[in-house]
Design a binder for this molecule. Structure first.
Ligand code: KG4
Ligand code: ZN
Length: 346
């Protein structure tokens, strides 16, 4: 039994959770979406300030919900990379202070390792090896999870992350922020085959295409051109059809690469993580494509897809049970490859 309280403040959610290995005892997520909405995206300084204002209340609430006291905790963790530096600092400083005050081990957690662990919260028996398709607002990668904490990145985006593409296209279509859920919703009323759009492929120097890398900036430009053309023609913009066509193209690109990656690596499980794992088109396309190959796909429930602290606590529990702890001198980092997550521990 390992009980960890974790804090997640890498972007625009202030989240605190307490987890016993893979069992969630409490999870508090205070979203800042409404605060950033008028700006059409996350304003880093505003995010840091808001984390600071509510972090203590979130910590109190997590302890109350779990009906635990500081004595019951085996460790205190916080996301320390990658993310917005000022935002990360709030969570990491709070966690280190509490660790010092209550004499508990401190663990800095890699945010993407957290997204990988999100699937364990609903599937506690799940064990590596498997392929993880990690699709968030800042990252898009195919990762081979060899053992617990041992990762190899096999493919990634060459430009925009999948979530970033959703957010940018939503802005183009005046659907507001955050874009992913808005596109997902309106696409349900649209025809995904209305407009053929290019699925960005990465050419290899020796010919052919990279099997796992992807690109979304060309797709975003194609949607921009399509919108400009449709507007110039003077008719009402068929927003639902454009959204559905864009979403289907992203889902197709991700599905194709994830399946190829699993087959090439002889792995029959794909674990999906990150905010875009909530996307309904991706969920249905990947499930359907995986079935004939006997590949099982694990999608976390929606509340564990987007940023939360339960996934961070689950990752920390695993590290702590392997006697891995972080130094109190550990800093925050805006960028860090998940394959280097081991460097966070002594
Ligand atoms: O993992 P996450 O909460 O934060 C990061 O670590 O980036 O992911 C947020 C991203 C945003 O870009 C958001 O638009 C996208 O996930 N997202 C979705 C959906 N829900 C959230 N994208 C597509 N469909 C959704 N249903
Ligand atoms: Zn995230």
């Amino acid at each position: 039994m390992t009980v960890v309280l974790a804090i997640e403040t890498s972007c625009d959610e202030t989240a605190v959770a307490i987890v016993n290995n893979r069992k969630v005892l409490s999870s508090v997520v205070a979203s800042q979406i409404e605060i950033h909405r008028p700006y059409g995206g996350v304003v880093p300084e505003v995010a840091s300030r808001h984390h600071l204002e509510i972090i203590n209340d979130c910590i109190d609430q997590a302890l109350t919900e779990a009906q635990l006291t500081w004595d019951d905790l085996d460790g205190i963790a916080a996301t320390c990379a990658p993310g917005l530096v000022g935002a990360l600092l709030v969570g990491v400083t709070a966690a280190k202070t509490l660790a010092l005050l209550y004499d508990k081990p401190f663990l800095g957690v890699h945010h993407l390792e957290g997204h990988i662990y999100a699937s364990y919260l609903s599937e506690p028996q799940l064990q590596p090896p498997f392929i993880c398709l990690l699709v968030s607002g800042g990252h898009t990668s195919l990762i081979r999870v060899k053992h617990s904490g041992d990762y190899e990145t096999l493919g990634s985006t060459r430009d925009d992350a999948a979530g970033e593409a959703f957010d940018k296209v939503a802005r183009l279509l005046d659907l507001g922020y955050p874009g992913g859920p808005a596109i997902d919703k309106i696409a349900k009323q649209g025809n995904p085959k209305a407009f053929p759009l290019p699925e960005g492929r990465i050419s290899l120097p020796g010919g052919g295409y990279h099997p796992y890398d992807c690109s979304f900036s060309g797709l975003k430009t194609a949607v921009l051109r399509l919108v400009q053309k449709l507007k110039a023609e003077g008719d009402d913009l068929p927003v639902a059809d454009v959204a559905a066509s864009f979403q289907d193209t992203v889902a197709r690109a991700l599905t194709k690469r994830a399946i190829a990656c699993a087959l090439d690596n002889n792995l029959d499980r794909i674990v999906v993580g990150g905010g875009v794992a909530a996307n309904s088109a991706l969920r249905s396309r990947l499930e359907t494509a995986a079935q004939p190959h006997g590949i099982r796909v694990y999608f976390p429930p929606l509340r564990w897809c987007t940023d939360n602290a339960a996934m961070i606590a689950a990752a920390a529990c695993d590290r702590l049970s392997q006697n891995q702890v972080s130094a109190l001198s550990l800093g925050v980092q805006s960028r860090l490859d998940v394959t280097d997550a081991i460097a966070l521990y002594d």
